[in-house]
Design a protein around this ligand. Structure first.
Ligand code: MSP
Length: 504
């Protein structure tokens, strides 16, 4: 059985979960469910990044210990993901003993290989990014991402000799042109590497909230030099070699564009230094903006996923962020657009089709799946929806992938308009009615199956109403997407609207 390993970033616990975090996490979940449908053994990892100055200061500001703060926020992240039906396999926290063991083994290995050396660091540090900037990267003297003042820092630090990896990284990417996606992001990464890589400071003596370096415990690992290793910790690095060998290298690191450099430059170099393979793919998506701005605590424009779930349901939430927002460029979130899209795609297209077809089956076919099929145009439409979905999801183009499934929904609605089963019924042509309804029911089955990674709850409910047992996720592709697998004679259930319309 092929194995597939996908990760989200681990989120900083100085913040509470918002829709920006949810965006990546839902994408990871959809991809996970999609690969599971294909029979892959999938490992989907998410978690929290709990060390660093930012967390230490957030705790101080609240007058609590860092440990108390991280326990509270990590639980909040977990609850949020559970509330979005995120099927993660593990939730890693960087304060766990297993992670300390992995970071220490990793750093010791790189140290012994000679790629970590002591030096003095003087630089400009943004605490919010937990990253250093050079003078010319600043905007009006501020961090280019947070637009807040940077701090002047002088420290004796250990350095990772990143400068030694310029050629190896370029060679690696020349051989693996898909290892950073989308393509525009690869160009950005190559440009950065070609610009010349500087060694980076990977330890701190000024704080103690972190993993001590095994050979010099006055130092703790810099938060990024600790966090990135989580991807290895979770699959057994330092604790279960066989398990690690099975899962590494990772198939996809899903990340936001702001942390691309860490994942596509620092991380592969550190892996190389430790004698491990770089990630197969780092996929960087854009930001979800609100009113044209990145969400942040200081701008008070963060939206909690639970607030939208209360209005649109879990499936409505998942649908919006995967289909209305393209996974790659920046996207602007607006509540009005979410209502519109929900009504158009879920309440109307999807909901109406389910409703109309089940109604006709009740009224004209005795509430059971008819024997007959027309094997008309929907057969072709279903095949092409599936092919389009495969093609788009291979590029993590969720909007087109599920757009392709919605093409089948539109085709089925149009087919009903064209064939007018109510007139066929009036004319007393029961066989013709059964054939049309049979094709529509078959299409609904395929829609439920192919949409299940995105809207698992509605897909399961539709499955049940079609008289099918089990769940769509128990099916296996590609066989299950073949035309004609809906068993005749099964009892149908009309049910109430799957996505009730929202007032605008
Ligand atoms: N802790 C680091 C990641 C370490 S991974 C080894 C971190 N955490 S974060 O919580 O600040 O950000 C995590 C992810 O959330 C990043 O991919 C970031 O791009 C994403 N997002 C945070 N705000 C976002 C939006 N407004 N829109 C989309 N994604 C955003 O960085």
């Amino acid at each position: 059985m092929p194995r597939f390993y996908v990760t989200t970033p681990i989120y900083y616990v100085n913040d509470v979960p918002h829709i920006g975090h949810a965006y990546t996490t839902v994408a990871g979940d959809v991809l996970t469910r999609w690969r599971r449908l294909w029979g892959d053994e999938v490992f989907f990892l998410t978690g929290t990044d709990e060390h660093g100055l930012k967390v230490q200061r957030a705790a101080e500001a609240r007058g609590i210990t860092p440990k108390a703060l991280v326990d509270e926020t990590a639980a909040h992240f977990r609850d949020t993901w559970d509330g979005l039906d995120i099927a993660y396999d593990d939730f890693i926290r960087t304060t766990e003993p297993r992670h300390y063991a992995a970071v220490q083994k990793f750093l010791q290995t790189i140290y012994e290989a000679g790629d970590i050396e002591l030096g003095t660091y003087e630089g400009l540090y943004c605490v919010s990014c937990e990253a250093y900037y050079s003078e010319d990267e600043l905007v009006d003297g501020n961090c280019p991402i947070h637009m807040r003042p940077v701090e002047h820092v002088v420290e004796q630090n250990y350095f990772f000799k990143l400068s030694r990896y310029t050629d190896r990284l370029l060679a690696y990417y020349a051989e693996h042109p898909d290892a950073v996606q989308p393509e525009s992001r690869m160009n950005e990464v190559l440009g950065f590497i070609r610009g010349g890589l500087q060694d980076f400071s990977m330890s701190r003596t000024s704080i103690n909230w972190g993993v001590p370096l095994p050979w010099d415990p006055k130092h703790v690992a810099y938060v990024w030099a600790d966090a990135l290793f989580n991807y290895c910790t979770a699959v057994g690095y330092a604790t279960d070699e066989a398990r690690f060998a099975k899962w590494w290298p990772v198939d996809y690191h899903l990340v936001g564009k702001d942390i691309l450099r860490f994942h596509a430059v620092y991380w592969p170099a550190m892996l190389m230094a430790a004698g491990l393979e770089p990630p197969r793919c780092v996929f960087a998506h854009g930001w979800l903006l609100v009113g044209g701005e990145k969400m942040s605590k200081t701008r008070l424009n963060q939206i909690a996923p639970a607030d939208l779930v209360a209005d649109f349901g879990v499936d409505g939430f998942r649908y919006h962020f995967m289909v209305d927002q393209r996974f790659g460029p920046d996207g602007d979130f607006s509540y009005e657009a979410m209502v519109q899209r929900y009504n158009a795609d879920l309440a109307n297209n999807f909901g109406n089709l389910a409703n109309r077809v089940l109604n006709m089956a009740m009224n004209y076919c005795g509430g059971v799946v008819p024997d007959e099929r027309a094997d008309g145009p929907l057969r072709e439409a279903a095949a092409s929806a599936f092919a389009g979905q495969i093609d788009a999801l291979a590029r993590l183009d969720f909007a087109s992938g599920f757009g392709s499934v919605w093409d089948l929904i539109r085709a089925a609605n149009a087919y009903i308009e064209d064939t007018k089963p109510w007139e066929l019924n009036k004319q007393g042509d029961a066989d013709a009615v059964a054939r049309v309804v049979g094709d529509c029911l078959e299409s609904l089955r395929i829609v439920a199956l192919l949409a299940s990674p995105l809207i698992p709850n509605a897909a399961h409910e539709l499955w049940r109403r079609l008289g099918l047992t089990g769940r769509p996720e128990d099916e296996r592709l590609p066989e299950a997407a073949a035309w004609g697998r809906l068993p005749a004679g099964a009892s149908l259930d009309k049910g109430s609207p799957l996505f009730p319309r929202k007032e605008t």
